[in-house]
Write a protein that binds this ligand. Sequence first.
Ligand SMILES: C=CC1=C(C)c2cc3[nH]c(cc4nc(cc5[nH]c(cc1n2)c(C)c5CCC(=O)O)C(CCC(=O)O)=C4C)c(C)c3C=C
Ligand SMILES: [Fe+2]
Ligand SMILES: [Fe+2]
Length: 395
Amino acid sequence: MPGLWQTRLIDVVTITTMPFRNNYTGLAGYSHDPDVQPVQAGVLLVNLGTPTAPTARAVRPYLAEFLADPRVIEYPRWLWWLILHGVILRVRPKRSAHAYAKIWGTRGSPLRFGSEALTTALQAEIARQRPQAPVKVALAMRYGEPSVRQAIEELQREGVRRLLVLPLYPQYSGTSTGSVLDAVADTIKQLRWPPELRLVNDYHDDPAHIEALARSIERWWAAHGRGEKLLLSFHGIPERYLHEGDPYFCQCHATARLLRERLQLDQQQLVVSFQSRVGRERWLHPYTDATVRRLAAEGVRKLDVACPGFAVDCLETLEEIAMQNRDFFIGAGGETLRYIPALNDSQEQVDALAALVLRHTQGWPEFAADYDAAGQRQRRIRAGQRATAIRAGDE
Ligand SMILES: C=CC1=C(C)c2cc3[nH]c(cc4nc(cc5[nH]c(cc1n2)c(C)c5CCC(=O)O)C(CCC(=O)O)=C4C)c(C)c3C=C
Ligand SMILES: [Fe+2]
Ligand SMILES: [Fe+2]
């Protein structure tokens, strides 16, 4: 019987002298063998996530995962754990479920079906613009399913070796995009052979994105007429995060300014505010609820609201703005508050995101306009045959 050290030595010698195996299967059902499949590129869209049903029972685990994320709530962990489990998760799920029930459709949560529709439309647009390219567009949710990990593993099983991660947040915040980056990093850490990776940090000032926002607002105005003012409401974050370096506030204002210039509005006609405050801490301000009340009190009767921080409609736009804040506005003397829908799967958004993807994947052969999948595959097969020949001692 060899001793332990001898066994280890034998292992090392065996492994290092083993013939090169290019058909190693690292993940169940996934072959890395280039003879089996050509290299694919993937685009992973990531949105926040949403409960599986508008019930307190389904909302609770969703909130538990979301609010336990240290990127979202920066408090000492033990203190926050006590507050979260002792107070928030006892009270909030019921309240949130009630709000979700108001926007839940036959297709389920708007955030989910809106994100899925956008994924399908973007896949089709990229296929239209790059017909030869083997590009896969997939969707993950930061909280809930499909998780970032599940989505990346599935893409790898499909042969994706180059991956562009595109969080569906136009403005970067550590609480949103930063957290997606964490989830990607946690996944990559555990993969034996991670894909080549790129990540879009933000697209808050991307000209195509601004153009898409402007056109969708103009299209909506053409169909419904124009209000006296346009309010842009962005999701808030604690103000403390801004002071500690989070660029979110500045990026929201940059988006608003670019959109205002493109729509040729003056500073009185376009107002910016921040919504969705949670807890007692001071968040980015002015707050949306206080702003709509103030505007009504100042005599504005017809107010249009758009939410350029949300790629697809969700609880925060359909319930908080289009219902809750409409009631606040009318309660304070306003006549109508009209919510202008998010870009969702509109052609404007699909065109802008397709252009963004093509820009961020420059240099990747799969995305090149003259990519020749058949030629690439032949080259890879020839390389594979040569490796096989070397293994067999033919060369
Ligand atoms: C408590 C802290 C929160 C921070 C910070 C935060 C930042 C943040 N959120 C979004 C986008 C969305 N948030 C949504 C819902 C939502 N957000 C919070 C809390 C924080 N968000 C909670 C508790 C909830 C759940 C609903 C509720 O109980 O009020 C959604 C909608 C999800 C849906 O299912 O429709 C989105 C989208 C961004 C972009 C952001 C930072 C910039
Ligand atoms: Fe949020
Ligand atoms: Fe909200």
